[in-house]
Design a protein. Structure first.
Length: 246
């Protein structure tokens, strides 16, 4: 197992929290806020204090294997995944349909079909910005375009740029992949599922959230009017997660 994890709180239930690609350590903890019991926050390779990912790591099978290994080690009965983390949990649900009792999938980026052109281009733009020899200026500019007008983010841009600068291979590899080969496998999953999507996020199109929710036998879909709900709708996200995960 190449991922690291940190437990917050104590007691039952044990909720696993899997972050998105390039999440800062602060971002990774956001979905854990307010949840009762034990929250286990994963740090994937190439993020935070975790070592860089080995060559060839960035595929959903590898990430899902690490997430599942942590879930088994800590005895998690429910899980929250954001973007890449949501994709990993979706793959686990397809391969181990009885593993979790509840799953909250935030901002899924894909399911079983290639990404939409706007999403693929967003990944390409970030990868090109990392490759630019301009001390990170292109990357910060690309990330600034993701911030909704009027949202104050402090040093978030600098932190996220530093995080993504370690992930050029992931940005090149992941857009060509999908979490599951056949979405019909998700109909066997026994978990209750909450899917939260956004209406205006090019990297996480509403179509992916809708397809993910439709594939599960017991899923509820919430679409938020935002291009970056982790920034603009943090309280609502917390309320949705705490209510669903009880």
């Amino acid at each position: 197992m190449r991922a690291r994890w940190r437990a917050l709180g104590s007691g039952a239930p044990v909720t696993l929290v899997a972050h998105g690609l390039g999440a800062t350590e602060g971002e990774a903890r956001i979905p854990a806020s307010g949840l009762r019991g034990t929250r286990v926050v994963i740090t994937l390779p190439g993020h935070g204090s975790a070592p860089d990912a080995p060559a060839g790591y960035w595929n959903y099978a590898s990430v899902a294997a690490d997430v599942l290994a942590v879930a088994d080690e800590v005895g998690a009965t429910q899980a929250v995944g954001v973007s890449l983390g949501a994709g990993a949990l979706t793959r686990i649900a397809a391969e181990h349909p009885d593993r979790f009792q509840r799953l909250a999938l935030l901002l899924p980026a894909a399911l079983d079909r290639p990404r939409e052109p706007a999403a693929a281009w967003a990944y390409e733009r970030l990868a090109a910005a990392i490759a630019a020899d301009d001390e990170g200026a292109s990357l910060r500019e690309a990330l600034a375009a993701e911030i909704p007008p009027g949202v104050e983010v402090g040093d978030h841009l600098a932190q996220r740029a530093a995080a993504l600068s370690r992930l050029a291979e992931a940005l090149r590899e992941l857009p060509e992949q999908v979490p599951v080969a056949d979405a019909s496998a998700l109909s066997r999953a026994s978990a209750e599922v909450l899917v939260i999507g956004a209406t205006s996020d090019p990297m996480h199109p509403a179509s992916a959230a809708k397809a993910t929710a439709a594939a599960f036998g017991d899923a509820r879909l919430e679409l938020l009017e935002s291009q970056a709900p982790m920034l603009t709708h943090r309280k609502l996200l917390r309320d949705l997660l705490t209510g669903f995960l009880r």
